[in-house]
Design a protein around this ligand. Structure first.
Ligand code: ZN
Ligand code: ZN
Length: 281
């Protein structure tokens, strides 16, 4: 059985993109770093953007779509998103894309991959979360979300791998002198971003015996640190009796090591390391 490979290419408030490869599909999830950086990251994995079967988009904020024009429009790569998000992307980039419209809440297939979508609370036009059902396991994708909902928890609970937003530390955000009160309120709102604490609380509903790997994602550069995010998630996992789960903090600058899924088991692929990871797994 051929395995599935998942690589977070970048994640943070400044840009997000991940690469998923199954035996017969190659996809990006979000495209919020430059096309040049995506090409370089894929080349490091012996892949090229030309071979992509599609790009899934969570929502239209620039840290999720900024590389789309150069990458998708020029190469004619299909862009999978809902109708409202497509309208915003077309307006932002003033370009036509090969959109494959999906309806939020429905599932669809790309090759051997089944993508389950659901709405998430965030201040975008129609933001979506995903569960990527691969032949070898499930990957939950939860980023840019003001708060956890029962629907989100119900949809994501089965995942072996979970990418979970840990955007900010609430105290660091409240004490940040550079951010105006209105921006802090937006981030902290129920349609803003998930804090370390919010992510930890949501884990109460998401932890299950098959969960093996959590990415702490979309960290704010000014209002969070990898240590704070990791410590909060570790503490909660330990409280929930789930210290068996690996915790990895994503970086906006460097790809994570590739994760291999085989028979619903997760393993870190060490041989194609593109950068020294800043944390121990
Ligand atoms: Zn956003
Ligand atoms: Zn974002």
């Amino acid at each position: 059985m051929e395995e599935v490979k998942f690589t977070v290419l970048a994640s943070g408030s400044s840009g997000n993109a991940a690469y998923l490869e199954t035996p017969n599909s190659r996809l990006l999830i979000d495209c919020g770093i430059s096309a040049k950086r995506i090409r370089e990251a894929l080349l490091n994995l012996d892949r090229t953007p030309e071979r992509l079967d599609g790009i899934l988009i969570t929502h239209e904020h620039s840290d999720h779509v900024s590389g789309l024009k150069v990458l998708a429009a020029k190469l004619g790569i299909p862009v999978y998103c809902n109708r409202h998000t497509a309208g915003e992307i077309r307006r932002i980039h003033d370009t036509n894309f090969d959109f494959r419209l999906v309806e939020t809440g429905n599932a669809f297939e790309i090759g051997d991959l089944n993508v389950d979508t659901f709405p998430i609370p965030h201040d975008a036009i129609d933001p979506m979360g995903f569960v990527l059902h691969t032949p070898e396991g499930r990957i939950g994708f939860l980023t840019d979300m003001g708060h956890g909902t029962r629907l989100v928890a119900d949809r994501v609970r089965a995942a072996e791998v979970l990418l979970l937003e840990t955007n900010h530390d609430v105290d660091l955000l409240n004490n940040d002198p550079r951010r105006p009160w209105s921006l802090k309120q937006r981030i902290l709102s129920r349609h803003g971003h998930l804090s370390n604490e919010g992510a930890a609380n949501l884990l109460e509903q998401l932890v299950h015996p098959e969960l093996q790997h959590i990415y702490c994602a979309h960290l704010s550069r000014e209002c969070n640190t990898p240590d704070l995010a990791r410590t909060e998630i570790h503490a909660q996992l330990s409280k929930l009796g789930a210290s068996f789960v690996n915790v990895e903090v994503t970086s906006p600058r460097q790809p994570c090591q590739t994760l291999g899924l085989s028979g619903n088991k997760v393993a870190i692929k060490a041989e194609k390391t593109v950068a020294t990871p800043s944390i121990a797994l």
